[in-house]
Ligand binder design. Structure first.
Ligand SMILES: [Zn+2]
Length: 244
């Protein structure tokens, strides 16, 4: 079987910003912000794969984790959702609940990681604008979802994070009680992928070893996959190793 590269290809972009005062963000040292993206490539860009290769968990007690290089502020992160961009088959309350559940999963593993819902946003793209936005957008390059993080290189503290889900794929929501794999054929689960993406917000990196396939931070994903909803040992160890 062809090896499927799905969830994560990390693209590192380093950009130094100037004139940040124009963006309405309080920046003490404007040259210390790094911009980093996580790109999660599905195996068939633009075309959801009808047959899922989701596998049930056999071992999520491996201790592996990777650090992305930043940590969240101790006050937590306020986040906003652009409901105008959400999948039409999901209601606002469904999307809101899924996003909140994904954030809560990390807070439950480490209460120092706090997230606060701050309402809706009309932001249609990831940009350094002072809003931690969650939205859907057509991504032509075949990425499932992308998380952008801006942080101070001097201190490592996160300044802003945005997560963009690709509208070119089919999204759905299925409760983890259905098992590690479940839901509609060809659909990606919002909470499953969101929990992975928010692992980047807290400062975790992707993992690619096949030994890590049952961890939330494993860098590949599948249609009908639900198992990233719950964290494995490495995910929990990792988030607790990062001090806000
Ligand atoms: Zn990732």
């Amino acid at each position: 079987m062809r090896k499927i590269l799905l969830l994560s290809l990390i693209v590192l972009v380093v950009a130094f910003y100037s004139g940040l005062s124009n963006l309405g963000v309080a920046i003490a040292q404007k040259d210390d912000i790094v911009f980093k993206t996580f790109v999660h490539d599905p195996r068939a860009p633009g075309k959801p794969v009808p047959v899922s290769n989701c596998t049930v968990t056999t071992n999520d007690q491996v201790s592996d984790f990777g650090l992305a290089g930043w940590y969240m502020p101790s006050a937590g992160m306020d986040y906003q959702i652009n409901f105008g961009t959400k999948p039409k088959n999901l209601s606002e309350s469904q999307v809101s609940a899924a996003i909140q559940s994904s954030f809560n999963t990390w807070t439950a593993a480490d209460p120092k990681q706090k997230f606060n819902y701050a309402g809706t946003t009309t932001t249609k793209a990831a940009k350094f604008d002072g809003t931690n936005a969650i939205l859907w957008k057509g991504i032509t390059r075949g990425a499932l979802a992308i998380t952008y993080a801006w942080y101070y290189t001097t201190t490592g503290e996160l300044v802003e994070a945005d997560t963009v889900f690709n509208r070119n794929y089919k999204w759905d929501l299925t409760d983890i009680s259905a098992g590690d794999c479940g839901g509609t054929t060809g659909d990606y689960d919002v909470q499953n992928i969101a929990t992975h993406e928010f692992g980047h917000w807290v400062g975790l990196d992707d993992l690619y070893s096949s030994a890590d396939k049952d961890l939330t931070m494993y860098g590949y994903g599948e249609t009908k996959e639900l198992k990233k909803d719950s964290l494995g040992l490495g995910d929990i160890s990792g988030v607790n190793a990062i001090a806000p």
